[in-house]
Design a protein around this ligand. Structure first.
Ligand SMILES: Nc1nc2c(c(=O)[nH]1)N[C@H]1C(S)=C(S)[C@@H](COP(=O)(O)O)O[C@H]1N2
Ligand SMILES: [Mo]
Length: 320
């Protein structure tokens, strides 16, 4: 098995050339046709793009999860509960045209079209650890923009304390929303939320792509949240609405099993899931089914320095 380091991360050498950040990509970067998303970005275009603005120390020595695992081993219950189901059943999921509505406790409600998702805020690449509550882990090169940029544009009122995200509800396209068993018994649409200060943290990303391309449907096209210090279920996919709220909503997994999935869902090796340990994690893509590597779970998934201050004085065991 070939070993990759951060600087020689992917099997496709061309990806390395695309890694430089993609700023104001989309229409502005002359990629042309709206709706063609992030086509395979050429080297020449990449060179025009700005250098990575932000690079957490944690990025060093991260080994990227092979792309085919990132896009083939998914949780997206709207398309079935098996890891391979989303790739199969979301194949024809229509993500363009799309409308993302921003509203609630804001001075400036607005709507983004599909093309505007890619052109309104500066896009950049972020290589993040990604940790599912099921104790598996990946490292993903996302493309996206800071949620903080969108929040600035929306101008939350002083009443806004939470940011609430809603996935598309479309049972005709999402078989899991039609069939209780296929969809894992979730009360759809899928809803997630962050405290406003969590949402404003510079690590919090609205992602529109990965591995240098637009998001495949199974990963939450055309736009999804990525909160790298929290369990993956907070990173809600295929978002159609973001609302600012004075009160904390009941979120999807919390509603389904409040003893097992808390609102905070911060990655924490010292707070076990009631049915399994969170002290270590399986590294997806590190070997065969039986030989997959385990590694210790890191506090806040390795982002302690960036986010621990958000939870000062909070009992992380009670607020899991
Ligand atoms: N709408 C929606 N968003 C979702 C989910 C889902 O079932 N529906 N699953 C979550 C879970 S549990 C995880 S681990 C991540 C998986 O993201 P990935 O498939 O891109 O790795 O998506 C999250 N976002
Ligand atoms: Mo997950």
């Amino acid at each position: 098995m070939q070993k990759f380091t951060t600087d020689d991360i992917t099997p496709e050498s061309i990806f390395q050339q695309r890694r430089k950040i993609i700023k104001a990509l989309g229409v502005g970067a002359g990629l042309g046709v709206t709706g063609s998303l992030l086509p395979n970005i050429s080297f020449a275009e990449t060179q025009k793009l700005q250098a990575l603005k932000f690079k957490a120390d944690n990025n060093k020595n991260l080994v990227l999860t092979p792309e085919k695992k990132v896009i083939g081993y998914n949780n997206f219950y709207e398309f079935g509960v098996e890891k391979g189901s989303p790739a199969q059943y979301a194949k024809n999921f229509k993500t363009d045209p799309w409308k993302l509505e921003i509203g609630g406790e804001v001075e400036n409600p607005f709507t983004l079209s599909h093309a505007e998702l890619f052109s309104t805020f500066p896009l950049e690449e972020r290589i993040y650890r990604f940790r599912c509550v099921e104790a598996w882990a990946m490292v993903v090169p996302w493309i996206g923009f800071e949620l903080a940029r969108l929040i600035e544009k929306a101008k939350p009122t002083s009443k806004a304390k939470y940011v609430v995200f809603h996935t598309l509800h479309d049972p005709e396209q999402m078989p899991g929303q039609k069939n209780l068993f296929f969809g894992g018994g979730i009360d759809y649409p899928y809803v997630e939320a962050l405290r406003l200060d969590e949402a404003l943290n510079p690590l919090t990303l609205m992602s529109v792509g990965l591995y240098g391309k637009s998001l495949p449907p199974q990963n939450g096209a055309p736009i999804r949240l990525v909160v790298p210090w929290k369990y993956g279920f907070k990173s809600i996919k295929s978002i159609v609405k973001i609302t600012f709220s004075a009160t904390r909503p009941r979120t999807t997994w919390e509603k389904l099993a409040p003893d097992e999935y808390g609102f905070y869902a911060n990655v924490n090796p010292h707070v076990d899931h009631p049915r399994w340990s969170q002290a270590s994690e399986r590294v997806i893509g590190s070997g065969g089914l039986l030989s997959v590597k385990r590694q210790p779970t890191l506090m806040f998934n390795g982002y302690e320095k960036e986010v621990a201050h958000l939870y000062k004085g909070l009992d992380l065991k009670a607020n899991f």
